[in-house]
Structure formats: structure tokens, C-alpha cells
Design a protein around this ligand. Structure first.
Ligand code: COA
Length: 395
């Protein structure tokens, strides 16, 4: 039985920062951000778009009424959680109208946890072939104003429906995972911002890529030329180029040219959304499928997932017949084309003003410039987070 991704979509908030303007404000050569980091724009989430609202918006684009009856597990991957105890998946289960007899949990392991969700979904569907599992990855990558990580921020969510006989990508059961206890990027419970050793995190990413690929290669007697192309975790688009470079010695000329050409299609969305941590690899998958020409059913795609701290996994998917019919290219391009550019001072204002809760445990969020169909975080009522459709919020 084939198991894999039946439907997939993403969401990013309606506001972004232009990287040339950010470079000018920071007195940096714009080419450092455009070429050296490889980012043109970065999505910025104002208060109305927390990780739950963004995930709900990604998911509502793909779910039919039938799916909502058949989903029996909701797995929410994030490293921007809004509660230490309650899983974001419980709000999402309700907002999306999924039938009540479902398991809903939140998963954490930096940028890797959506891949853990996919692997858990695969095992669950193998035991219960009639089940569908909703895997959501949603994050706000926030390093802070004037920090080393500032140009590698972003915001967004990816929603994937996993099922038997999937329409888009069947996932193979064999993969290679790897764990090493390291401190390359982490966010202690007392801190609003992540701590990161940037150069070390690049190094750890590449070490983990080689560890997982070498283990997979040995176990499966595989070669890189077995794959039509590779996809990577993309914290910023230059990182995937570094990954391709690290594998270069194993690539013949033709395979190298093919992988590098597909990589351009695989970063069209990441380049203008920025880092979305858990969803970054899957945003790159959606970008590849929607933007590449000549990608045919039957193609095997090797994927590398990385989460600092660190866990990585190399796994493989096979494109299904007529997969193009199940993509949402127009919806995604429209979402990206209709965003509003923030000035650098507006962006700094958003970053430096977190939600403030009053003494009674209440907060009201000013909801602006949203599509009426979007879910938004509307405030806190006696310490209880509230979400609604923007059309129900008085402007
Ligand atoms: N034109 C073109 N390229 C330029 C440039 C210019 N004017 N100026 C600098 N560059 C290049 C550098 O040569 C470098 O390229 P390289 O990585 O291929 O060597 C790149 O731009 C980045 O410059 P660098 O000085 O190394 O950047 P930095 O010290 O600001 O750090 C990160 C970059 C990514 C480490 C930092 O943004 C960060 O910590 N981000 C968060 C962590 C992260 O995303 N890690 C990823 C793994 S999970």
C-alpha cells in the first residue's frame, strides 16, 4: 500500500520586508542578503497571525468536508508554541471542524518536527489504512532587530494531508535518521528569542546531511543519481546551495546540472517567504512541484530534514500520476502577489511589541489588512486564547 502526501498547501501573512531596504537600513551591501544569504523578501507576522492562525489558514485551503470526517489525527509541528501545556492542535482541530474522535498533539524538535509528524502519520496509516492524518508545520522565525540572524527571519505555515493511495507524493518506508546533542540553535523557556551560533549551525546542518545520506546510502545501496532531484531544509536559500556543494564530489556532471536546475524551482517560494522553520523543507517541496517544468510522475525525490539541537533525516518520495492536478499554484501565487510591503520602522515596531496581557488576563489584538476568510488570533480572554474568522471581527 502506498502512503504519503495527498494534498499540500501553505500560508504566509499579508506583510513582508524587502531585503534591499533592510540591508540599506543596516548599512550592509544588499548583495550580502540577495546573494550571500539568498533572500529577496521575508514574511512578517503581526500579532493577528500567530502559529495557530497561520496553520488554520494553510489547512482550510485543502480540506474537504469528507477529509474532516476522515481525519483521526492532527499533528502540529512548531517551535513557536503559544502554550507550554495545551497543544496548538486542539485549537486547530476546532477551527477546522474536524470530527471529534481524533488525536491532536503538538510536536517539537526545532525545524525537524514536521518530518517526525509525517513519519508518525505513515505508521498510523499503515495500521489504519482508512485514516487520514493532518500534519501542520507553522512558525515565526524571529531573531530580533539588528542581530546576526535578522536576514534569515520569516513566517508561515504548511498543511499536508497524509493518506493511503496519495495523489501527490508516495513516501518510501526506508529512511535514515540521526541525533546528536549539540547547541547550535535553541530557545530556553525564559527567552522570547532564540540563541544561535550561526556558523556552527551551518556546519552542524552539513554534518547531519552527510551522516544521514551516508547511512541511507549504505543501507539502501543507493547513489545520488538514483534521484530526479534533492530537496533540503531551507532556512535561507543559500543553505541549500551549500548542501548541494557538500555533495558535489558524488555527483556526475549531468546529475549536478539537473539538481542545480531543479533547486531554482525549489526556492521560488522560500526566497520571498523566508525561514518558516518546521515548514521550510515542505515549502520547498511545494515550490518545486508548482514551479518546476518537466517534473514527471514516477520521479524519486530525496529529502533532507534538519532541526538544530540536532535531529536530521534523509527520506524519499515518489511523484504520483497526475500529481499536478492536486496542486494549488494559483492560490499560492495570488497570496504572494497580494502582500503589503512594510517600511523598516513598521517592521521594527511589530518585532518589538509583543502581545500585552493586562492584570485580568485579557488582551485585544488590532486586526488589520486581512482577507475576511482568514483565521486570526483576536485576543486573550481571562488567559484563554481566542481565534475567529476575520469576517467576524469588528474592524
Ligand atoms: N555580496 C555577495 N555575497 C556576500 C556579500 C556581498 N556583498 N557579503 C557577504 N557575502 C556572503 C558571504 O561570503 C557569505 O557567503 P558563504 O556563506 O557562502 O561564505 C554569506 O554572504 C553570509 O555572510 P556572513 O558574513 O557569513 O554572514 P553572517 O555572519 O551575517 O551570518 C548566518 C550568516 C546565516 C550564519 C546568520 O544569518 C545566522 O546566524 N542565521 C541564523 C541561523 C541559521 O539560519 N542557520 C542555518 C542552519 S539551521
Amino acid at each position: 500500500m502506498k502512503i504519503g502526501i495527498d494534498k499540500a498547501s501553505f500560508f504566509t501573512p499579508p506583510t513582508y520586508v524587502d531585503m534591499v531596504e533592510l540591508a540599506e537600513a543596516r548599512d550592509v551591501d544588499p548583495n550580502k542578503y540577495l546573494i550571500g544569504i539568498g533572500q529577496e523578501k521575508m514574511g512578517i507576522a503581526d500579532k493577528a497571525y500567530d502559529v495557530v492562525a497561520m496553520a488554520a489558514n494553510a489547512a482550510q485551503q485543502i480540506l474537504s468536508d469528507e477529509d474532516k470526517e476522515e481525519i483521526d489525527m492532527v499533528l502540529f509541528a512548531t517551535e513557536t508554541g503559544v502554550d507550554f501545556s495545551k497543544a496548538g492542535a486542539t485549537w486547530l482541530h476546532d477551527l477546522l471542524g474536524i470530527q471529534p474522535y481524533a488525536r491532536s498533539i503538538e510536536l517539537k524538535q526545532a525545524c525537524y518536527s514536521a518530518t517526525a509528524g509525517i513519519q508518525l502519520a505513515m505508521g498510523h496509516i499503515a495500521l489504519h489504512p482508512e485514516s487520514k492524518v493532518l500534519v501542520l508545520a507553522s512558525d515565526i522565525a524571529k531573531y530580533g532587530v539588528n542581530t546576526g540572524g535578522e536576514p534569515t527571519q520569516g513566517a508561515g505555515a504548511v498543511a499536508m494531508l497524509l493518506s493511503a493511495n496519495p495523489n501527490i507524493l508516495a513516501l518510501e518506508t526506508e529512511s535514515a535518521s540521526y541525533t546528536a546533542d549539540i547547541d547550535d540553535f535553541w530557545r530556553p523557556t525564559y527567552s522570547d528569542y532564540a540563541y544561535v551560533d550561526g556558523k556552527y549551525s551551518n556546519e552542524a546542518y552539513l554534518n547531519t546531511l552527510m551522516a544521514t545520506w551516508n547511512h541511507y546510502k549504505e543501507k539502501q545501496k543507493a547513489e545520488l543519481s538514483d534521484f530526479e532531484t534533492l530537496l533540503f531544509h531551507v532556512p535561507y536559500t543559500k543553505m541549500g546551495r551549500k548542501a548541494l556543494q557538500a555533495l558535489e564530489d558524488e555527483l556526475d556532471e549531468e546529475t549536478s546540472a539537473r539538481f542545480n536546475e531543479y533547486y531554482e524551482a525549489a526556492i521560488v517560494y522560500n526566497n520571498i517567504v523566508g525561514n518558516i522553520y518546521t515548514g521550510s523543507l515542505y515549502l520547498s517541496l511545494i515550490s518545486l512541484l508548482e514551479q518546476a517544468e518537466n517534473l514527471k510522475a514516477g520521479a524519486r525525490i530525496g529529502m533532507f530534514s534538519y532541526g538544530s539541537g540536532a535531529v536530521g533525516e534523509f527520506f524519499v518520495g515518489e511523484l504520483q500520476e497526475d500529481y499536478q492536478d492536486y496542486l494549488m499554484r494559483e492560490t499560492h501565487e495570488e497570496l504572494l502577489d497580494h502582500r503589503t510591503k512594510l517600511s523598516i520602522s513598521e517592521y521594527e515596531e511589530i518585532l518589538s511589541n509583543p502581545v500585552e496581557i493586562d492584570e485580568e488576563g485579557n488582551a485585544t489584538i488590532d486586526v488589520q489588512e486581512v482577507s475576511p476568510q482568514n483565521f486570526v488570533f483576536v485576543g486573550v480572554d481571562q488567559h484563554r486564547r481566542q481565534y475567529d474568522k476575520a469576517s467576524n471581527v469588528k474592524q
